[in-house]
Design a protein around this ligand. Sequence first.
Ligand SMILES: [Zn+2]
Length: 145
Amino acid sequence: MECELCGRAGADKRAEVEGAVLNVCERCSSLGKDLTPVQITQVNKKPVPKLPDELEVSVIPNFSDIIRKTREKKNLTQQQLAANIKETMSSLRRIEEGWEPPLTVLQKIERELSIRLLERVSAGKSTALAKKPKLTIGDMIEVKV
Ligand SMILES: [Zn+2]
């Protein structure tokens, strides 16, 4: 579509110029009152929802300590616990040293020892954690006041 003001191609804006609503290009839209429904376009661009299963679960920070302490409390050796969850003893040793295994392995340990190693994090909370706070100029002014 051609701009009704300058004739340039690519008039994807609507603007009210001196009482007349015209199809105008980006540049000419600033001459009048921009009627392009910008906000509706933005609402349509919703962020793609994250996969719930992968992102809503987080491993608690001291999982390795909890595994080791609970195992010792139940008088199980690393070998016995490893056999119960069908993992090798060397993986279990690494887990107790702080190596984070796949979630499925942690879930087996959870069931075997009746403990909780995984936390459900709400989608909103994980988004907040993922985003580092960024001060805008407005925030900085407010901080000074
Ligand atoms: Zn124009």
